[in-house]
Design a binder for this molecule. Structure first.
Ligand code: AMP
Ligand code: MG
Length: 696
């Protein structure tokens, strides 16, 4: 099983069609497909809902996405009921039994009559009760007066979930009994018409294309209450978002519930995890055309390709709060506004003596008052004019003091000090807010928090920062020839060099590396691995298989999705580069050659990933220095050479071979030769970009 890519949540209704105008107590459905949420839809009756669901299942299966559908009514009855009615313990037998008997037209249905018929098999006074019709129905008590129920009143999960209604109650506000009777036949029909493709949880393992689960939106009540609009619409919207956001391991844990007869409410017992997932507000995924390059160009210049990326990409990660201590390397999702001024009060910058006003040239003697002002210890009295007080660095200036003289500049006598003027007003003091004033933006949104920023945030009174969730970057190597480092190699095999390098680059960029291992040149295996990567990462970096050859499966699979952009960039080293979207997640198909993989990661990957992480476009800083080498190249192509600086000149590696990995280690940065440059002689200025400027 490789997770679900689409989620649909349905708020069901047991009642009749009440017209085309969206209202509560009708059917609402919210869908999140491959990370993209549609607005909740109002469905006026069950027939329409059945049709919409059938279409949705068909579409999602055709798109190769696994679909999880939640319905807000019980999938099973309390223990013993299915057996008593159908002769089988299997709740799905009861589904079929009901489907054969329930009659449902948009304006009328037989739920109360059917309940009466079932009751007749027992005492005639239960298990069902409640009648919303004007006419009486034989064997269906309107109230619980003489009620007799041979079965438990509630399922085990209903005992665990506070506020649930029993499925025996057919009328009255909040009752769910009618929804079950009218809902299960619809689900039974859907399941039958997609024979073998739908599993009903928890009665069947959720390992097919589609899974039905029972949900109870009240698990998200606190959040639903804060949403505007119709409650039922908000409930399904939030529930769909929560399920779509769940980490695969959390989803798997919630699905690992054993309740073979009665069924279970999805997420019950995991409320906090579910609520966190609902609160995780992520931007919608990028569109399929976000890597399209200008048409009609044979070889796209590097700068044009970069401009496109910069224009089309945007942050793809949600936001969370983090305590100051854990914020280094994280990206601010909001401007950091000073809560308090720095410094908060006027204070002394030195150890010395404080007094008021300017003092002219010549000798002065000031009597000292009792006491002193020190950091963290405000002096509470007032210093009278013509007097001085002992002050220590960082102390708030006492009332009556605006000027400080250094202790080295005075002679201390008995109860007085002597010194020479002039002394300017305000000397040796710091004004309140001279660094930052409360309310001012101390650090802008998009800033990657540096160690000094922790000092600043703390100084201005901020202990918790709003940051983007770390960009999760999956790294995957492709190729039949690849082996794990240190393994026993057969002839024809080589070790995977790109993956350890790319994982470490991602880590240095302060993103979250997700190691997706190696995949052979096998389309099915690669498809599965990409599916898995798309559920646990925000971006996928692959290397190898990105050309247009028979064994270039990365490009082939991206082509199948219709999103492949094969980049022909006027760049050396660089070709080929395949970009596209997989299940809503952008894929950067880097070249297999390690040198080209690194250069493309630095030149295209770094700014693009930085933008997607919320940190804005990251452009490396280079500087112009004389070349220690000579080179000729074609005009119209950008080249990056492995380089280092010695004696103030840029040296380049002895070979430009793109498989020469040792040159990457030899180098301390890259020399960037512009598209226009053709002839470089020793001493000509060339642009050197240290690896540090690329963030590695
Ligand atoms: P490809 O783009 O798959 O045709 O690969 C181009 C070249 O890069 C071939 O010589 C591959 O063997 C080599 N290559 C691909 N992936 C890696 C890797 N992860 N580590 C080292 N070399 C690789
Ligand atoms: Mg290959």
């Amino acid at each position: 099983m490789n997770g679900f890519q689409s989620f649909a949540m349905v708020d069901w209704s047991g009642g009749n069609d009440t017209g085309p105008r969206p209202r509560k107590d009708a059917i609402w459905i919210a869908v999140v497909r491959a990370g993209r949420a549609d607005s909740p839809r109002y469905l006026r009756n069950r027939a329409q809902a059945e049709e919409v669901l059938r279409d949705l299942i068909t579409e999602e299966r055709a798109a190769g996405r696994r679909l999880l559908i939640g319905f807000d009514f019980p999938f099973g009855y309390p223990v013993g009921f299915a057996q008593a009615v159908t002769g089988k313990k299997d709740p799905l037998a009861l589904w079929a039994w009901l489907a054969d008997r329930v009659e449902d037209a948009p304006k009328a249905n037989n739920r109360f009559d059917l309940a009466g018929q079932i009751n007749a098999q027992f005492s005639g006074n239960g298990p069902f009760w409640g009648n919303a019709l004007a006419r009486d129905i034989a064997n269906l008590p309107r109230t619980k007066g003489d009620y007799q129920n041979p079965f438990p009143d509630r399922r085990a999960c209903e005992k665990a979930a506070r506020g649930t209604f029993t499925c025996w109650q057919l009328a009255g506000a909040g009752s769910v009994g009618g929804q079950v009777l009218m809902g299960l036949p619809v689900l039974a029909r859907l399941r039958r018409s997609f024979e073998g493709a739908v599993s009903v949880w928890p009665f069947e393992p959720p390992d097919r294309d589609v899974a039905f689960v029972e949900i109870w939106p009240s698990l998200l009540n606190d959040q639903v209450r804060r949403m505007p609009g119709i409650r039922d619409a908000a409930q399904v919207h939030l529930m769909a978002r929560a399920l779509a956001n769940l980490a695969p391991t959390d989803l798997a844990q919630m699905l690992a519930q054993h309740a073979p007869e009665e069924g279970w409410i999805f997420g019950l017992g995991h409320e906090a995890t579910l609520q966190n997932a609902a609160a995780d507000l992520r931007p919608p995924p990028l569109t399929n055309d976000c890597f399209a390059l200008p048409g009609g160009v044979d070889w796209t210049p590097v700068d044009d390709a970069l401009a496109r990326l910069r224009d089309r990409l945007r942050p793809v990660v949600g936001v969370e709060a983090t305590p100051l201590g854990g914020a280094s390397g994280r990206v601010l999702a909001e401007d950091l506004v000073a809560v308090r001024s720095n410094p908060p009060l006027p204070n002394t910058a030195v150890d010395g003596y404080g007094f008021a006003g300017a003092l002219v040239e010549g000798p002065h003697r000031l009597p000292l008052i009792e006491g002193r002002a020190a950091a963290g210890l405000k002096f509470n009295g007032t210093v009278p004019p013509g007097h001085a007080i002992r002050v220590l660095t960082g102390a708030a200036l006492p009332d009556g003091v605006d000027t400080v003289i250094l202790e080295e500049d005075v002679t201390l006598g008995l109860g007085e000090i002597a010194f020479l003027g002039p002394v300017k007003v305000g000397a040796n003091t710091r004004a309140a807010g001279e660094d930052i004033v409360a309310g001012q933006v101390a650090l802008p949104r998009g800033r990657t928090v540096a160690p000094a920023d922790l000092a600043l945030a703390s100084a201005v009174g901020v202990g918790e920062l709003q940051v983007f969730r770390p960009l999760r970057v999956a790294v995957l190597s492709t190729g039949d020839e690849l082996l794990e480092a240190g393994a026993e190699a057969q002839p024809g095999q080589i070790f995977d060099a790109n993956r350890p390098m790319l994982l470490e680059i991602v880590r240095r960029w302060a993103f979250e590396p997700v190691d997706m291992g190696r995949v052979a040149d096998d389309r099915t295996a690669l498809r599965k691995r990409l599916d898995r990567a798309a559920t646990c990462a925000d971006v996928i970096l692959t290397s190898g298989g990105a050309s247009a050859g028979d064994e270039d499966h990365v490009s082939a699979l991206l082509r199948e999705t219709g999103s492949l952009q094969s980049w022909r960039i006027a760049l050396k080293p660089g070709r080929p580069l395949a970009l596209g979207m997989w299940q809503g997640v952008p894929v950067f198909g880097l070249p297999g050659n390690p040198v080209a993989a690194l250069v493309c990661a630095l030149v295209f990957g770094r700014p693009a990933l930085s933008l997607m992480a919320g940190a804005g476009w990251a452009e490396p800083t280079g500087f112009d220095i004389p070349a220690a080498f000579a080179k000729r190249k074609k005009a119209g192509r950008r080249e990056y050479l492995r380089a280092r600086v010695r004696d103030g000149r840029a040296e380049v590696f002895k070979s430009e071979g793109s498989g020469r990995i040792s040159g990457l280690s030899w180098a301390e940065g890259l020399v960037e030769i512009t598209d226009a440059q053709q002839d470089i002689a020793p001493g000509d200025l060339v642009r050197f970009i240290p690896f540090g400027s690329f963030g590695i």
